[in-house]
Design a protein around this ligand. Structure first.
Ligand code: ZN
Length: 184
């Protein structure tokens, strides 16, 4: 087990478009180790997701793990760790929705970001199979945030109103309502 360093905003690698992962790489021991270390890293920081570029691997892969205690983050009641290779997002419902977002690469801040309400995700799983899933509401935001990392995009790029960018203490003091506070 290893907790990796998480790159912070300002590191050029976070701004690169990550490359695709090949089928042989998916099954490699190096990939297995990277995923295990990313899970350890995500848990160490209490995140719900982590993209490979955040730990310095510029490849199109991200992990997302949702809290079984919180209905907002489960996949229809079922909770699991998801590993997503070469994901592509298709917007199913463009209705804008906004949530507070945090990011392990932008520590100490929260910002309110507007994104489409419902998406379909096409991706390759750990077995190398092409899969599809649909996500709406907050889960749709989590996928969009995570996969933005693979294109070198951070949530702060998507802020429409910088008045809704806040440090964590002030977030808890002035802004946090009944929403959960998560970092991805
Ligand atoms: Zn992030």
């Amino acid at each position: 087990m290893a907790v990796l360093d998480v790159l912070r905003m300002g590191h050029p690698l976070l701004r690169q478009r990550a490359r695709k992962v090949s089928d042989s790489e998916i099954h490699s021991p190096e990939m297995k180790k990277l995923i295990e270390d990313m899970v350890d890293t995500m848990h160490a920081h209490d995140g719900v997701g982590l993209a490979a570029p955040q730990v310095g691997a510029s490849i199109r892969m991200a992990i997302i793990e949702l809290d079984p205690e919180n209905d907002r983050y489960t996949y229809g009641g079922e909770t699991r760790l998801g590993v997503y290779f070469n994901p592509e997002i298709e917007v199913l419902d463009e209705t804008p929705q906004s949530f507070w977002e945090g990011c392990l690469s932008v520590p100490g801040l929260r910002g309110r970001v507007t994104r489409p309400r419902q998406v379909r995700v096409h991706y390759t799983n750990l077995e190398g199979e092409r899969c599809v899933l649909e996500a709406e509401d907050f889960l749709a935001t989590v996928f969009q945030h995570e996969f933005d990392h693979l294109d070198g995009v951070l949530y702060v790029d998507r802020l429409e109103d910088t008045h809704q960018l806040t440090y964590l203490d002030e977030f808890h003091q002035f802004w946090l309502g009944d929403e959960a506070d998560v970092e991805v």
